[in-house]
Design a protein around this ligand. Structure first.
Ligand SMILES: [Zn+2]
Length: 259
């Protein structure tokens, strides 16, 4: 069996749909529209074997119905969200196996961005597909969940091995890192990362995948307990006391209005 690769399919303004393939078969993660997926399958001569969904937002599931018209394949999605076309509804601790790719992934429940959001971990490959929960340099907005839920969800992702590659669903990295520099201005690793990611974007390259180790070193939404970040929040009046969840919530609130 050929080794597996992951290809980004850029779509809309800043989405990536992730195509996992072995040069014959493929699985697509969060296809928000069908046309670019069909074009990529054709260009790489791949046959679709599965559709994998993290949460119900349109820019993640909008292509499912059209793909199912061409391919009769299983559709994996979260049990706690109502998504048309899902054939296998998944909860925390479940595993999926895609025979054509010889790929096993385990499911983590990561509510916060949406109520039933799930992430997929390919332990053998050290890959994480986390939708809109953890971003490179940031995290998803709290549309349906609480700061407590998101903190818990992000801590599950941060506990994966440092070399785990993070395939999140948007190219938000530079704007996330601009905010990170405001929240964590003395972080040398963060400054170095910003320079490196800018160079990738100037060449038109994706900044993804990131890694768990890189996010732990530079992402303020994993570093909200650090005293330098809390001191900054306290100094600009965004945080009273030193409660970690309050620190996370203050960062998320600040980022929502950050230009
Ligand atoms: Zn979303």
């Amino acid at each position: 069996m050929s080794p597996l690769s992951v290809l980004p399919i850029p779509a809309f303004n800043d989405n990536y749909f992730w195509l996992i393939h072995n040069h014959h078969h493929a699985a697509i993660v969060d296809p928000g529209e069908a046309a670019p997926v069909l074009a990529a399958l054709e260009a790489h001569r791949l046959s679709l074997a599965a559709i994998v969904l993290t949460h119900h937002h349109c820019d993640h599931v909008g292509g499912v119905a059209d793909l199912l018209q061409t391919f009769n394949v299983p559709v994996f999605g979260p049990h706690e969200e109502n998504i048309a076309g899902v054939s296998t509804a998944l909860q925390d601790g479940d595993q999926i196996h895609i025979d054509e790719l010889n790929l096993t992934m385990s499911v983590l429940s990561v509510p916060g961005h949406t109520r039933g959001h799930i992430a997929y971990v390919a332990h053998d490959q050290h890959w994480l597909f986390c939708g809109d929960t953890l971003f490179a340099g940031g995290c998803g907005r709290l549309f349906e969940g609480t700061p407590e839920q998101m903190v818990h969800s992000l801590s599950k992702l941060a506990s994966l091995p440092d070399d785990t590659e993070i395939y999140c669903a948007h190219e938000y990295t530079l704007s996330n890192l601009r905010f990170a520099l405001a929240a964590d201005p003395d972080n040398l690793a963060l400054h170095e990362r910003f320079t490196a990611e800018q160079a990738k974007r100037e060449k038109g390259l994706p900044t993804l995948p990131s890694t768990v180790g890189m996010e732990k070193a530079t992402n303020p939404f994993l570093r909200y307990r650090e005293s330098q970040i809390m001191r900054g929040l306290q100094a600009n009046g965004r945080l009273q006391g030193d409660n970690p969840v309050a620190s996370f919530a203050a960062l998320r609130e600040w980022k929502n209005g950050f230009q």
